[in-house]
Design a binder for this molecule. Structure first.
Ligand code: ADP
Length: 390
């Protein structure tokens, strides 16, 4: 049996999934190594959800991503049958030129390393396992799938910041992210509801990273994310849209170093910073602390404001679609967000929302409301399969 491995390497975790790839794709095993460098834990389940592995390691046994990759590789070689024919990687930044997934070679890897300053917390981790595999198994096909690619092909005017034009040429552009998720959700919605799926959509990817994307005829028109994955909505620990004057103030008057500022904006802000409690929406929903209420009110408010912006970009809205951790799992947050979209004529079917059904709008809602679980791993597997088969 030929198999494909999908690798999604984050800042302290390595998610992976194996698909059988003979004619069509079939899920085999899915796993996660968390707490890399601190308290590493490997869990692996089969397609039926049954646990195949659940092991803790000392921190120094899995100090970094390459070590995690080697450990996962060893587990798969020993315990999983099948002939690995290709690996698909989630890469957060593909720069201005990559519109499609591509086969990885030494030149491509060097090209992608150039984008590390644009995604300092993600890109090096995404690339580390590729380097390990390129050195140890150069004959193995590896495919790069970019979070930015879905947004390429937008009107170039939308990709500018209003700063001198030579910065655009240098790569200071509004790239947009979460593209693999949006591509999957848009495709899935087109299967579920073909007419609406080709219409004017706002898709809300609300996980620990959060953004909205305006999609028309299956293509990205606008998004709330820009040059880096910091813009737009407040996220678990990232600030979202902020007046650049605040950054100047923190540098000039607050005496912050660039490294301290980076830590503040990526790791100490968002829901965590505002609430002073947690980056996790579940913790905030169950807390009576005023900070928790403020953070959630602000999150919902900003989603409403940004939805208005994307509605303008689309010239109207046919459907609003929820996805990712919060969007898929929290009826309470969906209800609060839909109330914020009341001006668009959105009304919820309370029963369908509570039951987590696909279609959650009331019959008289002027726009359709959907919950479509995302599947970035399947999207990567499809791209990888298509490229390798070709
Ligand atoms: P990522 O893949 O970016 O780590 P996810 O899409 O898995 O993120 O989303 C994780 C977030 O989803 C958690 O931090 C939590 O805030 C939120 N979440 C998950 N389940 C629920 C739930 N039942 N209710 C509210 N929020 C939830």
């Amino acid at each position: 049996m030929d198999t494909l491995l999908v690798v999604n390497a984050g800042s302290s975790s390595l998610k992976f999934e194996v698909f059988a790839a003979s004619g069509s794709l079939a899920r085999q095993v899915k796993g996660k190594m968390e707490g890399i460098g601190t308290a590493p834990r490997l869990t692996i389940r089969n397609a039926g959800g049954e646990k195949l592995a659940d092991a803790d390691y000392p921190g120094d046994a899995v100090p970094d991503l390459p070590a995690a990759m080697r450990l996962v590789g060893q587990w798969l070689r020993e315990r999983h049958e099948g002939r690995l024919v290709a690996i698909g990687h989630r890469i957060v930044h593909g720069g201005p030129d990559h519109r499609h997934p591509v086969r990885i070679d030494e030149n491509l890897l060097r090209d992608l390393e150039r984008y590390t300053p644009l995604a300092p917390l993600h890109q090096p981790n995404n690339l580390a396992p590729i380097r390990v595999l390129l050195d140890s198994q150069p004959q193995l096909a590896q495919v790069a799938c970019f979070d930015t690619a879905f947004h390429r092909g937008r009107d170039p005017m939308t990709e500018h910041y209003a700063i001198p034009a030579h910065y655009f040429a240098e790569g200071v552009r509004r790239y947009g992210f979460h593209g693999l998720s949006y591509e999957y959700v848009a495709g899935r919605l087109a299967e579920i509801a073909p007419v609406i799926g080709r219409g004017r959509l706002i898709v809300a990817h609300l996980g620990s990273g959060a953004s909205l994307c305006a999609i028309h005829e299956g293509k990205s028109v606008e998004s709330t994310l820009g040059f880096t994955a910091l813009d737009g909505l407040p996220m678990g620990t990232r600030c979202g849209q902020i007046d650049p004057g605040v950054l100047l103030y923190l540098l000039q008057e607050g005496g912050m170093s660039p490294a301290q500022l980076q830590d503040l904006l990526y790791k100490q802000s968002g829901l965590k910073g505002l609430s002073g409690i947690s980056n996790d929406v579940r913790d905030l929903l169950s807390s009576d602390e005023p900070g928790a209420g403020l953070a959630l009110d602000h999150f919902v408010h900003r989603i409403g404001l940004n939805a208005g912006m994307l509605a303008a970009a689309l010239g109207g809205v046919d459907a609003f679609v929820f996805t990712a951790g919060v969007g898929e799992n929290s009826p309470v947050m969906r209800e609060r967000i839909v109330r914020q979209l009341g001006w668009l004529g959105a009304t919820l079917h309370a029963g369908a929302n509570d039951a987590g059904e696909l279609l959650i709008s009331a019959d008289d809602s002027r726009i359709a409301l959907y919950v479509v679980p995302t599947d970035e791993e399947l999207m990567i597997a499809r791209h990888t399969f298509a490229l390798v088969a070709a």
